[in-house]
Design a protein around this ligand. Sequence first.
Ligand code: SF4
Length: 316
Amino acid sequence: MPNNLNTQDQALSSKIIFGPVNSRRFGKSLGIDLSPSKKQCNFDCLYCELKPAKTVDSYSDVLSVENIITALKNAFAKHQDIDVITLTANGEPTLYPYLDELIDEIDRLKGDAKTLILSNGATIDKAEVQKALLKLDTVKLSLDCANAQCLKKLDRASKSIDIENIKRGMLAFKEIYKGALIVEVLFVKNINDDAQNISGLNEYLLKLQPSRIDIGSIDRPPAYDVKGLNYDALLKLSKQFDTRLPIYIVSRKITKIKAENYSDDEILATLANRPLADEDIAILFDKESQKRVKELLNRGKLKKIENEGIFFYATP
Ligand code: SF4
């Protein structure tokens, strides 16, 4: 960090910027926390890794764009070859009131780095949020619930938020957005993993046609006393979605599944039904079958598709 910064600036910079972290998917990623002082969110999700907090519709503690850009410049001076800049927050990043202006400033200094936001999606119906997010390379929006009851129970959304507005907003944004729109669904046991919610999500996601759908569960200790789903349950649940949807299972921590042996025909039939990510192949197929997958790929019987950094095997 340049030594012309005073101690206070340095302390603030280190709260705003985190990383870089190396991820297989995104490369070297630098994070920007738009709410480093406290949780400021329009949701209070049961599974949040931050402590429970009253929902807010706007930030009361607001960083200046100048402070954020100074912190980013310092990070760039320290770390070269950043592949992606991720906008996030202790809370919801789209509630940051100067988001549009901030993204313009980031674009001015980011060089070849890509930009990404991780949002809970609750403000995507707002014109000013859409305008800002249009400038990003990747937008990742959460959608855990297809109906108002679930949104209230699981995401404990602020009263001002309406699930139908979120769904309309996402569809409108998808119409005009040129980048990669990823939808993330987080499942909590006995809260949003019921057939009714899954069928509602399925129907909606078929309309939305996002670039990818990431399904996952609780990875870190949650704010409230709720339980997550293991890989096995997520895999089962993923099969309830239409096979045309590009579903990627994110949580693979705990599994009782034993890798099995598949013949060439069984591999082709399985992957014709639903493309599988290379990480799923590694769990579900034994070593011999994994070798067969490679051979089928070399013989042109299978293809490998990249979907926003994730590799899927599918039939041509
Ligand atoms: S949207 Fe994110 S930050 Fe906000 S309550 Fe939910 S998990 Fe926590």
